[in-house]
Ligand binder design. Structure first.
Ligand code: ATP
Length: 603
């Protein structure tokens, strides 16, 4: 830090120097080892006063608030570059050149600010609180003058920041901070720092699963200890992390895993919705815990009349229907509701039904500990069915025949297959396991399953596709590295309408430079922020010298690629990029496919 800065710093009361956080970020960026990452976090948490811990936990995850509050930073690269120029006096062109040379904009800023020509003498402390509050103000800005105000806030921070601090402020602003830590690592470190025992993570996990707010869990832990965390209860209008299912390939496999008697429900092909209801107040959350209330004004209006309880949290699949026949329509029909304006028109044009499959909370009490049978009974008791709200079709099955019959019925009704559920299982929030299994109709592809892939690049279309992206470059998620590894290009399966829609969605995600989390040797015409997930099927998985998915895992120097990939028509808008198919899953499919080939050769 420069001498003048030290001399003229204005001291404030309780605060944590942002440099402490920046140093930790710096150290964390240089390792992928979970133990080391955990240790850096433990050291950081031990130095953190309880007033600031929630902010630090959010910032570590590149957030300002829990996801469900929808506070998004969204500062564009161009604006950040202008702000760096303003605060350093260095021309925009020079900053852009530095940025193109390598690294990311945060890194470029470090290099640039080392050469800073303007000196500020009287500076205000850069504390975690100040950075957090300023980022928060930026996130809340809207309207015409918001760009100018954002510039002002950003350059005021950069003015007072050291080059290293500036680099991390920018990474936070641009959403490019990647420390390679999953929530589990943060919870491990919190457990060690505040209780001396990593095993206590389980207590934190439970609190996190019911509140979806890791910052709050950390705050309660720091102020009230583990006893406080144990008291965590479901809060109406704060989403609960959803229970997820394992997949099975056959009725026989399901019986092997579930035993002699279990529930089978239709697996409808819509959007998972968590409904929080009290009187006329209704808030809806998606599978990734985003607030999606604005897309479903019909649910908000109609659901309260069906509820015979003071308050309740339900889970349902919202499914588009053909109003005349009542038939279920595929998921993509719901895409029409993903709009900010004229939503009323979409509601009448694309009607839905709400198909309830679980109750998580009722009359002020958690239902998570109740077993499946009791929850289903309660749900049927307190929610009256009508044309709009239904209980998802369910039956108890005892053998393969029962499952097959119900499976047939479900497919004929337009569903994707079945969800199979153990009768005496509680609701395991936030976890995937074999208490719920999904048995899907086989897709028309030899792999036996579809893949959810992240769109990372685009190629401009020719002929009829001019003006759109004709082909997309797709990636899997590499969990260990927290990167997106290229797996194929896809150019088939798109209708003209799909291409238009994709262009609308993808265009705002175009970046000047490839996001550092993208791992691809293949070049594309444009790079996108890795955010959109789409579903594809393929005929085969093959070894590839170019693609980076599962590189070196099967054979040294080779990755895996999809042969004849095809878009299924489904944009998985409810999924985050980190929910996409992982390399581990692709390896399992690759090995399964080899086994089938081997078995066939023996026949
Ligand atoms: P994940 O298993 O991670 O959710 P996914 O979205 O690819 O991944 P799917 O194969 O679509 O998983 O199956 C799970 C989803 O099925 C649920 O998230 C929910 O949206 C939907 N679903 C449909 N019917 C039911 C049901 N009866 N019970 C539970 N979920 C159902």
């Amino acid at each position: 830090m420069n001498k003048f800065k030290l001399l003229f710093k204005i001291k404030k009361t309780v605060s944590v120097e942002f440099s402490i956080l920046a140093d930790t970020f710096y150290k964390m960026e240089s390792t992928r080892k979970r133990l080391e990452l955990t240790q850096y976090l433990v050291e950081l948490f031990e130095k953190t006063p309880q007033e600031v811990i929630s902010k630090i936990v959010y910032l570590l995850q590149g957030k300002l608030r829990p996801d469900f509050e929808g506070v998004e930073l969204g500062v564009a690269e161009k604006l950040a570059i202008r702000a760096i120029s303003k605060s350093s006096g260095i021309p925009i062109k020079k900053i852009e050149d530095e940025y193109r040379k390598g690294g990311d904009l945060g890194h470029a800023a470090t290099v640039i600010l080392e050469q800073k020509t303007q000196t500020t003498f009287l500076v205000e402390d850069i504390t975690v609180e100040r950075v957090y509050e300023t980022l928060f103000k930026i996130a809340k800005l809207e309207g015409n003058r918001s760009q100018d105000m954002k510039m002002k806030y950003i350059s005021s921070l950069l003015n007072d920041a050291s080059p290293l601090e500036a680099s991390f402020i920018l990474k936070l602003l641009l959403g490019t901070l990647r420390l390679g830590i999953a929530e589990n690592t943060v919870m491990d470190a919190l457990a060690i720092a505040f209780s001396g025992n990593k095993e206590n993570r389980k207590i934190l996990e439970h609190a996190y699963n019911v509140s979806s707010d890791l910052g709050k869990v950390a705050e309660v832990l720091a102020s009230e200890g583990l006893e406080g965390v144990k008291e965590f209860k479901i809060i109406l209008f704060n989403p609960i992390r959803p229970m997820l299912a394992d997949r099975v390939k056959s009725e026989q496999e399901a019986i092997e895993k579930m035993g002699s008697e279990f529930a089978a429900e239709y697996k409808l092909d819509g959007e998972r919705v968590q409904l929080h209801i009290e009187g006329d107040k209704v808030v809806l959350f998606s599978r990734s815990l985003e607030n999606i209330s604005s897309y479903y004004p019909d649910i908000i209006e109609k659901i309260p009349k069906t509820i015979q309880a003071e308050n309740i949290i339900l889970e349902a699949e919202a499914v588009a229907i053909n109003e005349n026949t009542g038939e279920f329509l595929p998921f993509q029909e719901l895409m029409h509701r993903r709009r900010k304006y004229k939503i009323e028109k979409a509601v009448t044009q694309y009607p839905i039904t709400v198909n309830l499959f679980d109750v998580l909370y009722c009359n002020g009490k958690s239902c998570l500990e109740l077993d499946y049978k009791e929850r289903r009974k309660k749900m049927e008791k307190v929610v009256k069915e009508n044309d709009f709200v239904k209980h998802i079709p369910m039956t108890i099955v005892k053998n393969e025949n029962d499952i097959e019959d119900f499976f047939e019925n479900s497919i004929n009704a337009g569903s994707e297959g079945l969800m199979l559920k153990i009768l005496d299982s509680p609701y395991q929030a936030g976890s995937r396991g074999s208490h719920w299994l999904k048995l899907k109709r086989e897709y028309q592809n030899e792999l036996g399953d579809s893949l959810d892939l992240v769109v990372i690049g685009g190629f401009f279309g020719k002929g009829r596709r001019t003006g759109n992206y004709g082909t997309l470059l797709l990636a899997t998620y590499e969990e260990d590295e927290d990167t997106f590894t290229s797996i194929c290009k896809v150019g088939t399966g798109f209708s003209d309408e799909d291409l238009d829609q994709l262009y609308q969605i993808l265009n705002p995600k175009v970046t000047i430079k490839k996001n550092p989390r993208i791992d691809s040797e293949m070049e594309s015409d444009v790079w996108f922020e890795p955010e959109l997930v789409i579903e594809v099927v393929a005929s085969e998985i093959t070894l590839s010298p170019i693609h980076k998915a599962a590189r070196d895992k099967i054979r040294k120097g080779a990755g895996l690629a999809l042969r004849f990939p095809k878009f299924t028509g489904k944009m998985r808008i409810e999924k985050m990029a980190e929910d996409a198919s992982t390399n581990e899953e692709v390896i399992t499919l690759y090995q399964g496919q080899k086994k089938v080939a081997h078995d066939k050769s023996l026949m």
